[in-house]
Design a protein around this ligand. Structure first.
Ligand code: ZN
Length: 658
C-alpha cells in the first residue's frame, strides 16, 4: 500500500479551498480497490462558514449517499450543522428514520444528497479530516482467528479498537464514548472489528497518509506471517459450457423472479479458489464487511443446486426475521455469486454493470478469505449481524435508488450485421432499453463499437458454422444465455438478371442471407428455450419478399426463403415459448449502401429529386434505421407477446405490398 498523494496535483487546487483537498484525497482512496469498492467507505471535513446572518457556523461536509469516492465531486458532499450532529450523539437512542430526518433537515443546502448514515460518527471525531475505508488487509486480520488480539499487537495505542456494532446511530454513540475515554495525542485512527478502519488528521494529507500507513502496517503484518501470497493451483475451466450456463441462469432467474445477466469468471486466481478442497467451509461463513451483503448476499452458492440455495436462504430469513424490530418482507432468495469447480465464478444481477460489481467485491473476498485462512482461519460475523444489514432499510434504500427498471433489464440479445445500418440501430435501441447485447459482424470495428459492460462485440463471418458455435459459447460466458436473436446480416448485391446470373453469385448470397440464418437459429434454439421470459427471434426481411424486383433474384429469393424458414420455426418452436416474427423494411437510406452517388443516380433513374425519391411511398415519409429498430424492439416486447409467425412491413406503405 503506497501513498498516491502528489504535491504536483495540489497546484491545481486553489489554496485555502479545504473542500477541494477533501475531494482530492477522497478520490485517492477511491482509486485503490484494496481500500474501498463500489460506493464503500466515506470521508468528511469540518469547516467554518458564515450563515445568512454573518454568524459563523461549523459545518460537517460528509460524503452523500449515492456517490462513489473514486469519482466524487464537491457537490457529492452534504453540508450538515456540526453542533447539531454532536448533540445527537449524546442521545440515549435514535431510531433510523428519525436519524435520517435529523441529518437531512440540518443540512445547509437543500439540493445536497442525503448525508452518509455515518455522519454522526464523523461529527464526533475531533479532527478536521476523517477518512473511512473497508481496507482488505485490515478486515483480513479482524476477520481471522484471534483478530482482535492481532490488531492490538499491530497497532498498540495508534488506534482505538471498536467491537462490532451495527453501523448508524449505535456505532456513532459507541465511538463517541470510546474516543472520550481513550483518545490520546498518539491516536491516529480507529479499527472497527469485522467492518473497517478510520483515520483522521488536521490536513487532508495527514489523514490520508495515516490511512495508508495503517493499512500498510496491516499488509506488512500479513507478509510477516506468510499470509500474503496465495499459492494457486487452478483447475482448468470447462471450455464449452454454454448450455450449462444458460440452464443455471434460467434457474437463478426463476428463483429471483426476474431475468438476470450472469457473467462467468475463469481467471487463474478464481479457478484456484473454486477448486480448493476446503471451499465449502471457507466460503460459507459470510462477507468480509457487512455492507457487501446487499451486493453478494450473505453466502455464495457452491455448485449448481439453486433449489437447495433457495431453501437455505428461506431458512436464514425465517430464523432471523423474528428478531427484527418491525416485520420484514423477504428479498428474492436467488444467489448472486456461484462458485463451481467446472464453471469458475458466476455472478448474477439485473444488469451487466451490477453483475460486474458483484464480481469485483467477491474477487476481493476470495483474497481476504484465503489470507485469513493463513492467519489461523477466516471468521465472519454471525448470520444475525449480516441479516440486520441486509434487511436494514437504510441499506435497501441504496439499491432502490436505481428507479424504474428498463424494459429488457436482465435480458440478452444477439444481433448479426451489427456494425452499421439497421443492425447498429437495433444494438443502440436494445442497449437503450437495458438489454445486454452481443454484436457480430465481419467488420472488425464491431469489437470497439462500445466500451461498456453490457456490450460484447465479436468479429466473425456468420457463414462459418464454427464461428456461429463460438459466438453462442462467448455469449453465454459473457452474459449467461440468450433471450433475443436478431437475424440482420445480409448482402444486397448489384443488380444482375437471371439470364446472366452465375451459380457462384447465387450461392454466395444464399450462404449469407439464408444458410447463416438457419445455422444460427439452430444453434440458438436450445438457448432461446431457456430464456426466462421466453425466447424471441426477429428476422430482418425485405419488401422484396412480397414485392420482388427485376435484377434481384438471389436477394429476393434468399430473403423469401429466410422468411419461410422463420414461419416454419414459429410452428416448431411455439411449444418452447419462442416467438418469431419478421419485419420487412424498404427504402431505408441511412445505411452504408446508399451513398450520395447511388441515391442521386437512383432518384434520377425515376425522374425524381433525392428528397422525392426518399419519400416515394404511400405515407410520403422518410424511413430510417431507427424506425426499423423501434419496430424490432416492439416485436421483442409485450406488444407482440401473443404474436408469432407474423410479418410486418416498415416501409411507409408500399402499393405493391398493400
Ligand atoms: Zn463502513
Amino acid at each position: 500500500m503506497n501513498s498516491l498523494w502528489n504535491d504536483a496535483d495540489i497546484v491545481a487546487i486553489s489554496k485555502g479551498n479545504d473542500l477541494a483537498y477533501r475531494v482530492y484525497s477522497s478520490r485517492l482512496l477511491g482509486k485503490d480497490k484494496a481500500l474501498v469498492l463500489h460506493g464503500g467507505g466515506n470521508t468528511s471535513i469540518k469547516v467554518v462558514e458564515k450563515n445568512r446572518f454573518g454568524v459563523e457556523e461549523e459545518i460537517l461536509y460528509v460524503k452523500g449517499s449515492g456517490w462513489d469516492l473514486e469519482t466524487i465531486e464537491a457537490e457529492g458532499f452534504s453540508p450538515v450543522r456540526l453542533d447539531h450532529l454532536q448533540r445527537l450523539a449524546g442521545l440515549p437512542s435514535l431510531p433510523d428514520p428519525e436519524m435520517v430526518n435529523e441529518l437531512v433537515t440540518h443540512m445547509t443546502r437543500s439540493t445536497a444528497p442525503a448525508p452518509s448514515v455515518e455522519a454522526i460518527l464523523h461529527a464526533v471525531i475531533p479532527y478536521k479530516y476523517v477518512d473511512h475505508t473497508h481496507a482488505d488487509a485490515v478486515v483480513t486480520i479482524t476477520n481471522s482467528l484471534w483478530g482482535e488480539e492481532k490488531i492490538r499487537r499491530i497497532y498498540g495505542d495508534e488506534v482505538i479498537l471498536i467491537p462490532y456494532v451495527m453501523p448508524g446511530f449505535d456505532l456513532a454513540r459507541l465511538c463517541a464514548e470510546r474516543l472520550d475515554a481513550e483518545l490520546t495525542s498518539r491516536t491516529i485512527g480507529m479499527v472497527l472489528l469485522n467492518h473497517g478502519i478510520f483515520s483522521f488528521g488536521e490536513s487532508a494529507k495527514e489523514s490520508y497518509e495515516r490511512m495508508i500507513y495503517l493499512v500498510w502496517k496491516a499488509e506488512a503484518y500479513l507478509q510477516s506471517q506468510a499470509a500474503w501470497d496465495i499459492t494457486s493451483d487452478p483447475a482448468e475451466p470447462s471450455q464449452d459450457a454454454g448450455l450449462l450456463l444458460a440452464g443455471l441462469r434460467n434457474r437463478i432467474a426463476a428463483a429471483a423472479g426476474f431475468p438476470v445477466i450472469m457473467q462467468r469468471h475463469t481467471n487463474p486466481e478464481t479457478m484456484a479458489f473454486v477448486s480448493r478442497r476446503d471451499l465449502e467451509p471457507i466460503a460459507q461463513q459470510g462477507p468480509a464487511t457487512p455492507d457487501h451483503v446487499i451486493r453478494t448476499k450473505r453466502l455464495p452458492m457452491i455448485g449448481r443446486d439453486v433449489d437447495a440455495y433457495v431453501a437455505a436462504y428461506k431458512r436464514y430469513f425465517s430464523e432471523n426475521e423474528p428478531r427484527a424490530k418491525e416485520r420484514k418482507a423477504m428479498l428474492d432468495p436467488a444467489p448472486r455469486v456461484v462458485l463451481d469447480a467446472q464453471l469458475g465464478m458466476c455472478t448474477a444481477e439485473r444488469s451487466a454493470r451490477e453483475a460486474g460489481i458483484v464480481a469485483d467485491i467477491y474477487r476481493h473476498t476470495m483474497r481476504i478469505i484465503q489470507r485469513a485462512e493463513k492467519l489461523g482461519g477466516y471468521r465472519a460475523l454471525p448470520a444475525k449481524d449480516i441479516f440486520d444489514i441486509e434487511y436494514w432499510d437504510l441499506e435497501q434504500a441504496k439499491l432502490k435508488k436505481t428507479g424504474k427498471l428498463p424494459r429488457f433489464s436482465g435480458e440478452i440479445a444477439l444481433v448479426t450485421g451489427a456494425a452499421s445500418g439497421i443492425g447498429k440501430a437495433c444494438v443502440d435501441a436494445l442497449l437503450a432499453n437495458g438489454t445486454a447485447v452481443v454484436g457480430v459482424d465481419i467488420n472488425p470495428a464491431i469489437e470497439t463499437l462500445y466500451a461498456r459492460p453490457d456490450y460484447l462485440g465479436l468479429e466473425g463471418d456468420v457463414t462459418s458454422e464454427t464461428v456461429l458455435k463460438g459466438v453462442m459459447t462467448k455469449t453465454a460466458d459473457a452474459f449467461g444465455g440468450l433471450d433475443m436473436l436478431l437475424l440482420n446480416a445480409g448482402v444486397f448485391p448489384a443488380g444482375c438478371r437471371i439470364a446472366e446470373l452465375s451459380l457462384e453469385e447465387w450461392s454466395r448470397v444464399m450462404a449469407l442471407n439464408l444458410d447463416a440464418g438457419l445455422v444460427l437459429m439452430r444453434e440458438a434454439h436450445p438457448f432461446l428455450k431457456l430464456a426466462p421470459k421466453g425466447g424471441r427471434v426477429v428476422v430482418i426481411g425485405s419488401k422484396n419478399v412480397s414485392a420482388p424486383g427485376p435484377g434481384a433474384a438471389p436477394y429476393s429469393a434468399s430473403k423469401a426463403a429466410l422468411n419461410q424458414l422463420a414461419r416454419v420455426a414459429a410452428l416448431e418452436w411455439g411449444e418452447d415459448g419462442i416467438r418469431i416474427n419478421s419485419v420487412h423494411p424498404n427504402a431505408v437510406f441511412d445505411t452504408s449502401f446508399w451513398t450520395e452517388e447511388v441515391l442521386t443516380a437512383r432518384a434520377a433513374h425515376y425522374g425524381l429529386s433525392v428528397d422525392e425519391y426518399k419519400r416515394n411511398n404511400v405515407l410520403k415519409t422518410e424511413l430510417t434505421s431507427r424506425d426499423v429498430a423501434e419496430l424490432v424492439i416492439q416485436m421483442c416486447g409485450p406488444a407482440f407477446s401473443k404474436t408469432t409467425g407474423a410479418q410486418v412491413p416498415v416501409d411507409g406503405g408500399n402499393d405493391r405490398v398493400i
